[in-house]
Design a binder for this molecule. Structure first.
Ligand SMILES: Cc1cc2nc3c(=O)[nH]c(=O)nc-3n(C[C@H](O)[C@H](O)[C@H](O)COP(=O)(O)OP(=O)(O)OC[C@H]3O[C@@H](n4cnc5c(N)ncnc54)[C@H](O)[C@@H]3O)c2cc1C
Length: 213
């Protein structure tokens, strides 16, 4: 059941879900839920990653749905979902992420673009709280500052944990807004030397290697 539904940007819905019975939900950062909706007589299933903090049993979870242009499910969820609605939700599923029963990594390098921020935000929140030996570098690219999700939360976490969380934020185009992060696609040249017109994209493997101290 949907218990809260703020819209952090015009194109996104932050959906809080709870079991109608009040039963706790067992979930770990990096896992996702599958929403099943009937649209025009067709059953459509879409996966959405947990973005709230989770480290075992919680009373509710949050997912963030970002509208995909022309998308059937994301547009419907962002535009028409209301508090109190009951959704057909399966999960949680997935092995990606952090678990209390596994050794905590000393370093995490997480890279996402757009709505891909969601599982990484959950992992960052959990690691900062539950894995005190873990340091995190998070590289996050968005089209514009207005379309970047969770910027305030990420900056607040980085301010609270300056020794453990390093943010590398990028936008394709600041679109006239104040922006203190990088500009351009996530290429090796832009990450380390600022925009360099004509520089070909680097392979992700090389970006990860150069982010290591
Ligand atoms: C593990 C996992 C986790 C995810 N987590 C998140 C998350 O946290 N947040 C989030 O927002 N998304 C997440 N996603 C993506 C999400 O599952 C959906 O894929 C997304 O919301 C788009 O679904 P949709 O029904 O709106 O788009 P769809 O209807 O599937 O359309 C997608 C695109 O394909 C085009 N298209 C559709 N049909 C055709 C066709 N016949 N011919 C040509 N083009 C077509 C559409 O125009 C659109 O651009 C996740 C996906 C996975 C696999």
């Amino acid at each position: 059941m949907v218990t809260a539904l703020p819209r952090p940007t015009p194109d996104a819905a932050l959906i809080t879900l709870a079991e109608p019975s009040g039963a706790p939900i067992r979930v770990y950062p990096g896992q996702f839920f599958t929403l099943s909706l009937s649209i025009d007589g067709e059953r459509l299933r879409r996966a959405y990653s947990l973005c709230s903090e989770a480290w075992g049993e919680v009373p509710e979870v949050q997912i963030c749905v970002k509208r995909v242009s022309g998308g059937r499910v994301s547009g419907l969820l962002v535009d028409t979902l209301t508090v109190g609605a009951r959704l057909d939700v399966h999960g949680p599923s997935g092995d990606y992420g952090l678990r209390p029963d596994a050794a905590a990594p000393s370093q995490l390098v997480l890279i996402s673009g757009g709505s891909g921020v969601t599982p990484h935000l959950a992992m960052i929140r959990a690691a900062l709280r539950h894995c005190p030996q873990t340091s995190i570098t998070f590289v996050y690219g968005s089209r514009s500052p207005a379309q970047a999700l969770f910027l305030d939360e990420l900056r607040a976490l980085a301010a609270s944990y300056p020794q453990r969380l390093t943010l590398r934020l990028f936008v394709d185009d600041p679109q006239g807004e104040a922006w203190d992060g990088g500009v351009g696609r996530l290429t090796e040249a832009r990450d380390h030397g600022g925009p360099s017109p004509g520089t070909p994209p680097s392979r992700p493997r090389r970006v990860v290697r150069r982010l290591r101290p």
